[in-house]
Design a protein around this ligand. Structure first.
Ligand SMILES: [Fe+2]
Ligand SMILES: [Fe+2]
Length: 191
């Protein structure tokens, strides 16, 4: 039986209590799933991988453990190698090949989803009306969301064969439906 989103959510929330990490997981999921739909890939499987990619971060917050020490736990929980491999591939320090659409997309969505989320958090209207141009401007300010690796953002768009603006636009569109879950103002709040 292929793993379900529900199962991944259950695993994630068993190991992760921090609201910001859970928001990161659902933001990366929304972006990754957006691309699954766009590419005609398995949305459920891509959701599972995105939700799980940092599932062990709370207990393994350092790169000598995350995500590699999470992998045996995922296997024990019955996730197939396809999921484990994809989760491992998001880590730059493991230098694994990003040789599948899923691996490439996960990597491309990881840093940028967090960055777009950060951009929306400092705007009164959230994601509404957020343009790629202003996201790019913020990318050039090293002090803004300093934890986001700018090189990885650029590399991600390249891996997807997209202009950075198009990738940013896609991520903004992907996050819009879950704005409420991300603690952002929603269209319903504005009404
Ligand atoms: Fe990670
Ligand atoms: Fe992540």
């Amino acid at each position: 039986m292929p793993p379900t989103r529900e199962q991944a959510w259950e695993t994630l929330t068993r190991y992760t209590k921090s609201e910001s990490l859970l928001r990161h997981a659902v933001a990366v999921e929304a972006s990754t799933r957006f691309y699954a739909r766009k590419f005609g890939e398995d949305e459920e499987l891509w959701s599972v991988v995105a939700l799980l990619h940092d599932f062990d971060y709370e207990m393994h917050p350092t790169l000598d453990k995350h995500p590699q020490d999470g992998a045996p736990i995922l296997r024990e929980e019955g996730y197939p190698e396809e999921v484990v491999d994809a989760v491992l591939s998001h880590a730059e320090h493991l230098a694994l090949p990003r040789d599948t659409p899923l691996n490439r997309t996960l990597f491309a969505c990881d840093e940028l989803s967090g960055f777009v989320h950060a951009c929306a958090l400092v705007r009164p209207t959230g994601l509404e009306g957020l343009e790629p141009k202003s996201v790019r401007k913020k990318l050039k300010q090293p002090s803004f969301a300093a934890g986001v690796n700018r090189d990885e953002v650029a590399q991600g768009a390249e891996l997807l064969g997209l202009e950075l603006d198009d990738h940013i636009r896609n991520v903004i569109a992907a996050l819009q439906p879950i704005a409420g879950e991300l603690g952002l103002r929603t269209a319903a709040d504005a009404a």
